[in-house]
Write a protein that binds this ligand. Structure first.
Ligand code: 13P
Length: 306
């Protein structure tokens, strides 16, 4: 019997329907991939392995190719898929990138889904660039994640005071713009700004404790009522659980997690890679069992047997 492997587009639709969140884990250092995949398999949990452009430029993931090869060695399609995270059109240092070539290369390499981040562009420019990438990716059957609104934190300068950001809603994704954006780009998933921020990545600040972000849940509710695609929560580290659990009921179907597993790895990587990997594994168990409560999610959202 030929058994078809469900693509990540199908899996995400199912997760969105059942209100089960799919976590994506960033791999800034190649040896982190093994404990991340092991924890997903050991707990029967479905998750994405992710690399963002900044992780091969500013960290040690190597390249899209090295991540792809490592993934090929370790993957288990019952529990994992490979996603290309943030490929910004304008990056965190305000430089224009070669985003179209990077995304094409990822598709050729066999990444299962890709992200274009046009969030530093005007609405019209973001729509234009995202639509182009959606056309390119969909030709190969690859789903696209795009971003609208400002999820800050990756930029090298100081972050504006968080309380001020949250109170003013500055940079939050506008529901009207989101509706237009999704209609005109046909993006599969939408990353939204609702009070979430990324963990800092500059050398000077990357080991600092991340501030505890909150989520503007009434705002998320409006977005979820306006657009009917899975919503993505970036900056998944350090958000209080009560907010996370409620957000999963309001359309957040994917959560990106980097800082929570990177910092324990970086603390130990100089003295022992093995100890650093163990620290990642233990953090993964805590995230899966306690922080997200998604133990055993794979069999609920992937119906086909392998
Ligand atoms: P954190 O570093 O806050 O976990 O955010 C990760 C992220 O959103 C990567 O795209």
């Amino acid at each position: 019997m030929i058994i078809q492997k469900p693509g990540i587009g199908t899996i995400m639709k199912e997760a969105f329907k059942q209100r089960i969140v799919v976590p994506g884990f960033n791999i800034p250092y190649l040896p982190m991939m093994e404990p991340v995949i092991r924890a997903l398999c050991d707990t029967g949990t479905f998750g994405l392995i992710m690399v963002a452009r900044l992780e091969w430029i500013k960290f040690k993931s190597g390249s899209m190719k090295s991540i792809r090869y490592e993934y090929e060695k370790l993957k288990d399609l019952k529990f994992t898929r490979l996603h290309l995270d943030h490929v910004p059109v304008i990056d965190e240092d305000n430089l224009l990138t070669d985003f179209e070539n990077i995304i094409s290369e990822a598709i050729d390499l066999g990444y299962d889904s890709v992200m274009i981040d046009g969030s530093r562009l005007t609405l019209e420019e973001n729509i234009e660039k995202t639509r182009r990438i959606v056309e390119l990716a969909h030709k190969s059957g690859i789903p696209v994640e795009a971003e609208l609104g400002a999820v800050m934190g990756h930029e090298s300068g100081p972050l504006p005071p968080y309380e001020e950001l949250f109170a003013t809603g500055k940079g939050f994704t506008s529901p009207d713009e989101a509706k237009k954006f999704v209609q005109e780009t046909h993006t599969d998933w939408l990353s939204v700004a609702i009070g979430n921020i990324h963990g800092a990545i500059s050398e000077a600040t990357r080991s600092a404790k991340k501030i505890e972000a909150r989520l503007a849940l009434p705002h998320l509710k409006k977005l979820n009522e306006t657009v009917n695609v899975p919503l993505v929560l970036h900056g998944g580290t350090g958000i209080a659980k009560e907010y996370l659990m409620k957000s999963f009921k309001q359309g957040i179907a994917k959560i990106n997690i980097a800082t929570a597993i990177r910092q324990p790895y970086e603390k130990l990587m100089i003295s022992s890679v093995k100890a650093a990997q163990d620290a990642v594994y233990n953090e993964m168990l805590d995230i899966i069992h306690n922080q997200l409560e998604i133990t055993g999610s794979a069999e609920k959202i992937i119906s086909q047997k392998f």
